[in-house]
Design a protein around this ligand. Structure first.
Ligand code: HEM
Length: 387
């Protein structure tokens, strides 16, 4: 039977970058209690997490009995809208085949100059404005929002609307009806961009004809929400880590991106699946129909995969982390997120005297969001950007 708190659990205030203590103080494969009283299996070791995520006998189909929903909101939303993330093959394979060519490492690398331009522009404005300032509002949120808007062809002028919807969705608004309404409003908006042909040049327009407008809207919603809130969360939280490790922050020989992804593992609701057949993970038999929570945050701190895992070391080879997932649902946007994060962290390094404007223990963390981060990141600096 399960022990301890209900999943998902809060991280510890004295150690806000580490996985929730309730996830680490338990057997590698154990039962955990969810909000609805169900008790799926919680898998915490690196090798076991990868084994589960690569196993064709596990499903992401939220309609399967036993699928572990993290709360009433996600259950209500999942029942209404099925995205790529909730599809098994062959449906998943077909849709991923359409999208994958749009997000290749090569295509995303080609966006780098534009990402750099946006970063430079946002930081110029930040430095010309009041000091201290909130880095989330001024930089972490606008950067990925602008990039994903340009990629999809969504007018950036509508950002207040979609950022608010995203906030309702990913911050886990406690009211399922409100979350479903917000999601449907965003879908209607995106479908309208497609049918009225008002989308700018970009993916929405390109997919017209290949998929029906409603499906393009569902995909657009996934890409728009996953494409900006995740990266924004990583930029802000990653900067908080860097500013509390100033020597590593200033060391230009170390690109901290992969280590920050590993160290922070921001997907608070982890990877959830349901077994379609009996299988054995870490010596434990999991029966068909039982839910599984594969915990990337503990896998990324497994000493067998990452020696001294609780030490933040920007120089460590960390690219085999599972922060972007593993297996067939590996994050489609990882090549894009990597470009944005690399450019962002490197540009921040060039701001003289960049520092937190409040002590770390005064920061407020997004404990209930799907993507963990800081709510605001007040920063201060010494003078203008060097070239
Ligand atoms: C899937 C994390 C950025 C689009 C995933 C998954 C993770 C993840 C863990 C797998 C979920 C699972 O296995 O259940 C992240 C993180 C990001 C990020 C940490 C930023 C640092 C992005 C961006 C985009 C994106 C920028 C869009 C351009 C997607 C999509 C999927 C996905 C479409 C579903 C893939 C599938 O099911 O085949 N992401 N993501 N993500 N991500 Fe990301």
């Amino acid at each position: 039977m399960s022990s301890g708190e209900t999943f998902p659990m809060a991280r510890a205030a004295e150690c806000p970058f580490a996985p929730a203590p309730g996830l680490t103080r338990r057997a590698p494969v154990s039962r955990v209690r969810l909000w609805d009283g169900s008790e799926p299996w919680l898998i915490t070791r690196y090798a076991d997490v990868r084994a589960v995520l690569a196993d064709p006998r596990v499903s992401v189909d939220v309609a399967q009995p036993g699928f572990p929903h993290t709360n009433a909101v996600s259950k209500a939303r999942d029942a209404r809208m099925k995205t790529l993330m909730q599809m098994d093959p062959p449906e998943h394979t077909a849709q991923r085949r359409i999208l994958a060519p749009e997000f290749t490492v090569r295509k995303m690398a080609a966006l780098r100059p534009r990402v750099q331009e946006i970063v430079d522009d946002l930081l110029d404005r930040l430095l010309a404005g009041p000091n201290p300032a909130d880095l989330v509002e001024a930089f972490a949120l606008p950067l990925p929002s602008l990039v994903i808007c340009e990629l999809l062809g969504v007018p950036y002028a509508d950002r207040d609307f979609f950022q608010n919807v995203a906030r309702t969705l990913v911050m886990d608004d406690p009211d399922p009806a409100r979350a479903v309404a917000a999601s449907e409003e965003l879908n209607a908006y995106l479908e309208d961009l497609v049918t009225a042909k008002t989308a700018g040049p970009g993916l929405l327009r390109k997919l017209t004809g290949a998929l029906p407008p409603h499906e393009i809207a569902v995909l657009g919603q996934l890409l728009l929400v996953a494409g900006h809130d995740t990266t924004a969360a990583m930029i802000a939280l990653g900067t908080a880590v860097l500013l509390t490790h100033p020597e590593q922050f200033r060391d230009s020989s170390a690109d901290p991106t992969e280590e920050l992804l590993r160290y922070l593992s921001i997907t608070h609701t982890e990877a959830r699946r349901v077994a379609l057949a009996d299988l054995e993970i870490g010596g434990q038999v999991i029966r068909a129909g039982e839910g599984i929570v594969a915990v990337k945050s503990t896998a990324n701190r497994d000493p067998l995969a990452f020696p001294e895992p609780d030490r933040f070391d920007a120089l460590r080879p960390a690219r085999h982390h599972v922060a972007f997932g593993y297996g067939r649902h590996l994050c489609l946007g990882a090549p894009l997120a990597r470009v944005e994060l690399k450019v962002a962290y490197s540009a921040l390094r060039r701001i003289p005297g960049l520092a937190l404007a409040v002590p770390l223990d005064r920061l407020e963390f997004r404990e209930n969001a799907i993507f963990y981060s800081v709510r605001e990141l007040p920063v201060t600096w010494a003078s203008t950007l060097t070239t």
